[in-house]
Write a protein that binds this ligand. Structure first.
Ligand code: CA
Length: 243
């Protein structure tokens, strides 16, 4: 099996800077979306740093580590480096970022994939025409939905909907969720920031991802749809297909 990918990001129609970052290295099977926070400068720096650190670490030889351990170490290092810089530079105090990463098996998609995340950037999987959300948001409102104390409609309107409960670079350590899953030919993964999922319904996302094999067009169509719906936040989409 091989993998193909395309990515798009947009500042959106309201914000003046893009604090999202993405990265991908097909030859190492690693794909990342980060959504920074903590003021324009801080948000941009945190997301770029985290994406770059994880990309670099996952491009290196794993040595004694399993791929899962290597990914864990990479995320821990990103957390440490972002936090250190935030504490060193007063203008960057409080910066942090979400992170969602897809790690395919060593042989371009063969073997199980790992999906790791902290925060409310998401991973979706389209398989057999059906869209499934792979990640659960680490956000105040998502936790309340899971506890049954808030409905999805209430969450969408909540003033606290942007409050995330886990992030890279805001605490001395971070616990990412990691999911291991088998991949199959034809699987389409989407990594995205909340600027997409707040503006575009999941049935639209499913339709776009299932519309054909032009991944560049799919990524562009998703970003365009978010902007057409208001573009109130930065929006990023990384689309990966197993072939
Ligand atoms: Ca965002």
């Amino acid at each position: 099996m091989t993998a193909k990918a395309a990515a798009r990001t947009s500042t959106g129609r309201v914000r003046s800077s893009n604090e999202d970052a993405f990265g991908l290295r097909l030859e190492h099977g690693i794909y990342i979306v980060c959504d920074g926070m903590g003021g324009a400068a801080g948000g941009e720096i945190a997301s770029r740093m985290a994406a770059d650190v994880v990309l670099e670490r996952m491009s290196a030889e794993p040595g004694e580590l399993s791929r899962r351990e290597q990914l864990h170490e990479a995320i821990a290092e990103a957390n440490r480096l972002v936090l250190e810089r935030a504490e060193r530079e007063p203008g960057l105090y409080g910066m942090g970022t979400t992170l969602v990463a897809l790690l395919l098996g060593a042989d371009a998609g063969a073997g199980p994939a790992l999906v790791a995340h902290a925060g409310d950037s998401r991973c979706y999987l389209l398989r057999g025409g059906e869209l499934k959300r792979v990640t659960q948001d680490h956000s105040l409102v998502d936790e309340q939905i899971r506890l049954g104390t808030m409905t999805a409609e209430e969450a969408a309107r909540s003033p606290f909907r942007s409050v995330i409960t886990r992030a890279i670079g805001t605490q001395p350590s971070v616990t990412e969720d990691v999911l291991k899953m088998e991949v199959a030919q034809g699987d389409v993964f989407l990594l995205c920031s909340d600027g997409l999922t707040r503006e575009v319904d999941e049935d639209v996302i499913a339709r776009v991802l299932g519309a054909g094999d032009d991944l560049e067009r799919a990524a562009q169509t998703l970003v365009d749809a978010a902007n057409e719906a208001g573009g109130r936040d930065n929006v990023t989409a990384v689309v990966v297909r197993i072939e």
